[in-house]
Design a binder for this molecule. Structure first.
Ligand SMILES: [Zn+2]
Ligand SMILES: [Zn+2]
Length: 145
């Protein structure tokens, strides 16, 4: 299934007139195959062996290109390092308090909250964010040892 998403993403790049360099391909592939919302730094570390000339800036530039055409989403959680999510369908995140891992989960979008916010405040609501926090299964196991 990730192969299909990869082909779709490549088609989107092509139709947006974005040149597909080997590095760009590798960054995209890493994002598509890792479901763990990596930071630019993590992507860089995973690929630097394959592309010795690549810099973190290159990774960032590629991520910007993907962001611009809507292939990825940027998740900022108040720290300096943004995480990147190649799952652009509506979903929520549960975040581990211990290791910072972010896991997708699906729940019907809370449209009523947005509607109520509009009614109560008169805002023209664009979107909302909801995050759930806890301890992931790995960290639960580590604690019990
Ligand atoms: Zn954890
Ligand atoms: Zn996600």
């Amino acid at each position: 299934m990730s192969e299909e998403r990869m082909q779709k993403a490549l088609a989107t790049l092509k139709s947006s007139g974005v040149r597909i360099t080997p590095q760009r391909h590798a960054v995209l592939e890493y994002l598509m195959h890792s479901m763990n919302h990596p930071t630019a730094d993590e992507i860089y570390k995973a690929l630097e062996g394959k592309f010795p000339n690549m810099s973190v800036a290159t990774v960032y530039n590629n991520l910007r290109v993907f962001l611009d055409i809507g292939l990825v989403r940027e998740l900022t959680y108040g720290d300096s390092s943004s995480r990147f999510d190649c799952n652009t369908t509506e979903h929520y995140h549960v975040i581990c308090n211990s290791c910072g891992k972010i896991v997708d989960f699906h729940y019907p979008a809370l449209d009523e909250v947005e509607q109520l916010a509009e009614q109560v405040t008169g805002f023209n609501v664009s979107h909302h964010r909801m995050e759930v926090y806890g301890t992931c299964t790995d960290c639960q196991e580590n604690k019990s040892h």
